[in-house]
Design a binder for this molecule. Structure first.
Ligand code: SF4
Length: 151
């Protein structure tokens, strides 16, 4: 056997193969009992994770399994653990995107203020209420954008 991915379970589970798959020939599970990785019972999970612990392609394996929706233990995590991690990652990325959006609005509010627009005009332009504009304008981002625009 030349690595877990050649097992029948892998072939059955793959839905979206990636172009840059890990180099499975380096897999620590190469030659291991494939079934060990697909029995989601504590005893087997622990044994499978122990094999993954020092695998040189663990992170790549984890990314691959998450991206392709694999079942069983991959990259040292069960399917449930990978789904939890994915949810946390998505939440973090969503929060980051929200923060960037707010920052852009603060910058724009500062530039509009420097261009002589009133807070009411800025509110209308941005489609927000006056209070939100006042909050935007009180931030360092807006102040800096205003100073740069006025320079
Ligand atoms: S991380 Fe685990 S499942 Fe993935 S290749 Fe390595 S030993 Fe196999």
């Amino acid at each position: 056997m030349t690595g877990r991915p050649k097992g029948s379970a892998f072939l059955r589970d793959v839905t979206t193969p990636l172009a840059d798959e890990p180099d499975w020939s380096l897999a620590a599970c190469d030659g291991a009992d494939t079934e060990l990785f697909y029995r989601e019972k504590d005893r087997y999970l622990t044994d499978a994770k122990a094999v993954c612990q020092f695998c040189p392609i663990r992170l790549e394996c984890l990314e691959f399994a998450t991206a392709t929706g694999q079942y069983g233990v991959w990259g040292g995590m069960s399917r449930a653990e990978r789904l939890d991690a994915l949810k946390r990652r998505n939440a973090r990325e969503g929060a980051k995107a929200g923060w960037q959006h707010r920052r852009q609005r603060q910058t724009l509010a500062g530039q509009l203020r420097a261009a002589g627009k009133t807070p009411a005009e800025i509110a209308e332009h941005l489609g927000v209420d006056l209070r939100t504009v006042q909050r935007y304008l009180s931030t360092t981002t807006a102040v800096m954008a205003g100073l740069e625009a006025a320079a």
